[in-house]
Write a protein that binds this ligand. Structure first.
Ligand code: ZN
Ligand code: FE
Length: 239
């Protein structure tokens, strides 16, 4: 399985997963249809599935147009079936979603929204975390509670250390400033920031990031208690 990173809207990432033998493809979080259509037409792939991590417009904005054009099926969390446009297939926590050569475990990760999910393509060692886990950050707690968000982030800590993390936005540099402000002696973090800046100056993406890097550098994953997580989340909201 190959992953193509597509920049969408302001700072969103959509991901096209391509099975190279069949050229069947999935899209994760199409915020906008245009750049996706562009890629599909130029690469002759078949867009069979549209996977949404949550219902926010910048993650589902392309659903209708893409579904109409390619007759793709839309997959989303069962409790969000009323607010994910054009949803066809409802998935639940811990379910394995399997179609063609694609195989992902669903993790319900509430906090940013109550119905947020992540897709873990475990055979390929990749997880798509939407707006729950970012590189060096985490999503704002908009609908859920801090407790839910903390529990959701803790689920990711159990994955293999070399898991590649694909998140919903390019927020890494802003996030790194916050991590550095409250974890100023972390040399691994400083190393990572150098790499991040180099990538961005070469117009490269900072995703994917690796779980073991995040465990050492992401201050929200380093938080050991709900209390310290909550303090950090509140500080970040006003940073
Ligand atoms: Zn969102
Ligand atoms: Fe978003």
């Amino acid at each position: 399985m190959r992953v193509e990173i597509i920049k969408c809207l302001q700072d969103n990432y959509s991901y096209i997963l391509i099975d190279e033998a069949s050229l069947n493809a999935c899209i994760i979080d199409p915020g906008d249809s245009k750049p996706i259509i562009n890629f599909i037409e130029n690469n002759n792939i078949k867009l069979k599935y549209i996977l949404n991590t949550h219902h926010h417009y910048d993650h589902v904005g392309g659903n209708s147009e893409l579904k109409k054009r390619y007759r793709s099926e839309v997959i989303g969390f069962k409790d969000d079936r009323h607010r994910i446009p054009e949803i066809d297939i409802f998935v639940s926590d811990n379910e394995i979603w399997k179609k063609d050569n694609f195989e992902a475990k669903i993790y319900h990760t509430p906090g940013h929204t109550t119905g947020h999910i992540a897709f873990h393509f475990y055979k390929d060692n990749k997880i798509f975390t939407g707006d729950t886990l970012f590189s060096l950050g985490c999503g704002k707690v908009l609908e859920g509670t801090h407790e839910q968000m903390f529990a959701s982030l803790n689920k990711f800590k159990e994955l293999p250390l070399d898991t590649e993390i694909y998140c919903g936005h390019e927020y890494t540099l802003q996030n790194s400033n916050f991590c550095l402000a409250y974890d100023s002696t972390n040399s691994k973090l400083k190393e990572k920031i150098k790499i991040i800046k180099k990538k961005l100056s070469n117009n490269l993406t900072t995703v994917p990031t690796q779980l073991n890097d995040e465990l050492e550098c992401n201050i929200f994953l380093k938080a050991k208690s709900l209390e310290s997580f909550s303090i950090l989340r509140d500080l970040k909201d006003n940073f």
